[in-house]
Design a protein around this ligand. Structure first.
Ligand code: 6CS
Length: 337
């Protein structure tokens, strides 16, 4: 046998052994263990640990710094996996802001389920964009319809005039959205929000009901309003160098674990809104819950058009993503009737 061929075989054997030997992978996410991102992360971890000798260490929100720190760590390869709300990502990966543009995503969970499973944007376009940022996209999933909680009722952008509304930091589109809705957007991290609501630094915020209930945001505000303008989503990705360096078997393990966890969370997502609002009604019966009418929503939708146009005008890539997401969503609507 020629020496080079022998060396090649030894190297291949070493790589296979590396990929088969037990490793410990670090996975940080932007929520608690019992929240949607924690449910996904736990399902992912269980799958990996049941089907290999690898271990996954989970780091919940706050344990490794703020969301921006986690993203830096994931890009630098200090973290192997990161789960993050899409609303935090627009500053780093501008195309991810497509999920925060108002009145693009439907409120119907069946349509969303179909969309996340079959969307070309999610499954073909964004993975390539993530690669350019040193990340391997594994999943995007919904956590519930955005509900707006405020100190006072509102029915129109005029009612929101001057109201300081907290938005997740890092997303230009979230700022533009609340400006278009007449308010004064205040980007701040989750860690600062509760204090800001308590001290009156902000007059309101938006989040899915499951989160509002879990963290008592209904106790800190007076009204919850369904405007129908958005859906809260989260993403999961791996550090690309780490992923690319995995052996074939481990790559498949990671992809299968992601598929399994996505199935778990999509089933859960169908129930999350009902769970969230059900608990709020039960534990806080005097809390006011408003659903804007179609006429009232029409005014917000009109204001939102400017934000949609702004997103699409930021780059040719944004425009392609916006055009395709509309096609993906039309398909989802047609196929879930
Ligand atoms: O409002 C936020 O910042 C947080 N909301 C949710 C639903 N998940 C994590 C995120 O940090």
């Amino acid at each position: 046998m020629k020496l080079t061929k022998f060396k090649g075989l030894v190297l291949a054997g070493m790589l296979a052994a590396t990929s088969m030997s037990a490793a410990t992978w670090k996975y940080a996410f932007g929520e608690g263990v019992s929240d949607p991102q924690g449910i996904y992360a736990t399902a992912f971890k269980d799958f990996v640990e049941e089907n290999s000798r690898h271990k996954i260490e989970l780091y919940k929100v706050g344990s490794l710094g703020e969301e921006a720190d986690m993203m830096e760590q994931a890009k630098a390869g200090l973290l192997h996996f990161i789960g993050q709300s899409t609303g935090y990502m627009g500053g780093t990966i501008p195309q991810m802001d497509v999920f925060t543009v108002p009145y693009v995503l439907p409120t119907d969970t069946k349509q969303l389920d179909y969309f996340f499973k079959n969307s070309k944007v999610v499954n073909e376009m964004l993975p390539k964009i993530f690669n350019k940022h040193g990340l391997e996209l594994l999943a995007i999933f919904p956590e519930g319809e955005m509900a707006v909680t405020t100190m006072e009722e509102f029915r129109s952008p005029a009612d929101l005039k001057g109201k300081k509304m907290r938005v997740m930091p890092g997303s230009p589109i979230l700022v533009e959205t609340y400006e278009a809705f007449g308010a004064s957007p205040q980007p701040m991290t989750w860690g600062d929000l509760v204090g800001a609501l308590k001290t009156g630094m902000v007059d309101g915020q938006e989040n899915p009901t499951v989160w509002i209930e879990a963290y008592g945001l209904d106790e800190l505000t007076k009204v919850l309003t369904y405007t129908g303008h958005g859906h809260f989503n989260a993403s999961v990705s791996a550090n690309k160098n780490f992923f690319d360096g995995l052996g074939k078997r481990d790559k498949r393990l990671v992809q299968e674990a992601a598929k399994h966890a996505q199935k778990v969370i999509l089933e859960e997502a169908q129930k999350l809104d009902a769970i969230g609002i059900g608990r709020i009604v039960k534990t806080n019966p005097n809390y006011k819950i408003n659903m804007l009418t179609e006429e009232e929503r029409a005014v917000f939708k009109k204001a939102a058009q400017k934000v949609q146009d702004s997103f699409a005008s930021k780059s040719a890539s944004n425009k392609k993503i916006m055009d395709q997401i509309k096609r993906d969503l039309a398909q989802a609507e047609k196929n879930t009737k």
